[in-house]
Structure formats: C-alpha cells, structure tokens
Design a protein around this ligand. Structure first.
Ligand SMILES: [Zn+2]
Length: 164
C-alpha cells in the first residue's frame, strides 16, 4: 500500500515491523479489546483488527496520517524535529530486531533492523564466506546487546544457522 503525504512524500506500507507505522485504539474500545485478550491468539488478532486503526508518520515532514474508512486524515506537528519517530517501538533503540542472511547463485544479502540506528542492508558480496562473516559479526553484536529478535542464514536454499 502507498499513501501520499500533503508535503509530496510517499509513504509505503509493504512489510512488517515498520518504524513509521502504529495502531490507534480508542479509549472507548479499550475495555472490549482487553476483555478479548487472554483468549487464544487467533481471537486476539481478530480483536486487534476490529478495534485498531493504522496510523503512519511521514518521515519527511512529521505529519501523522490516519486511515478512517476510505479517508486519509492528516495532522501536522508544531515542532517536527521533536515529533519525529513518535510511532516507533516504546523500546526505542533497544527494540529487538531481525537478522537475515542469504547466499544464492553467486549473490548474497545480509540485512537487520529498520528504523533504528543499528540497521543495515548489505548486498556487495563476492563470496559466500563474506556473507557468512558479515552475518555472524552482526549476530554476535546484536545478541550480546540483547537487541536480536531472531535470525537465520540460508545458503542455496538450506538453512545453515538459526537463532533462537
Ligand atoms: Zn510529509
């Protein structure tokens, strides 16, 4: 999905764990939502879908964009710098991130995090050894800093490392 901010910037919604997207739950719905929690997790997701609305922040101007039915409502901040990254995780830089490594047909990539300082997307690899070396270096750093959610490394379709 793609949204256009009044400042001209385009906002994309094309993956999970995005730092410029959050959900809004009305206080009027809080009790109904929490009452459903505690049931099995499928019901939790249904309740979340029912009671929450997506909200996005433009990374260029700091505006908030809220979807209501077919409408996109926009709110501009009085202090854009102070209001930046208001939708990111409450954990901030301590948010536990993913790490992925892949090598296939002479091409490799290693990526981790998005919307945090310790993030990366590297594709300039000549060999499998370079991919593995970068992956394990990042793995050790993220794990020892307790900011790793999960990770895996795949070589020609086979998983050669996985955590946890
Ligand atoms: Zn904008």
């Amino acid at each position: 999905m793609k949204l256009r901010c009044p400042c001209g910037n385009r906002l994309y919604d094309n993956s999970d764990f995005q730092s410029h997207k959050a959900y809004l739950i009305a206080e009027q719905d809080e009790e109904d939502f929490v009452t459903v929690l505690g049931a099995d997790s499928d019901l939790n997701w249904d309740a979340f879908e029912k009671y929450s609305r997506a909200i996005y922040q433009c990374e260029r101007c700091g505006r908030l964009l809220i979807l209501r039915d077919q409408d996109v409502l926009t709110f501009a901040p009085d202090t854009p710098e102070r209001s930046a990254q208001v939708l990111r995780s409450v954990e901030g830089e301590n948010w536990r991130r993913h790490l992925r490594g892949r090598w296939s047909n002479g091409k490799g990539e290693v990526w981790w995090g998005f919307g945090v300082e310790d993030e990366g997307f590297e594709t300039q690899f000549q060999t499998w050894e370079e991919v593995a070396s970068t992956y394990f270096e990042v793995f050790e750093r993220l794990k020892s800093n307790n900011i790793l959610r999960d990770c895996f490394l795949v070589k020609e379709g086979s998983t050669v490392h996985k955590w946890p």
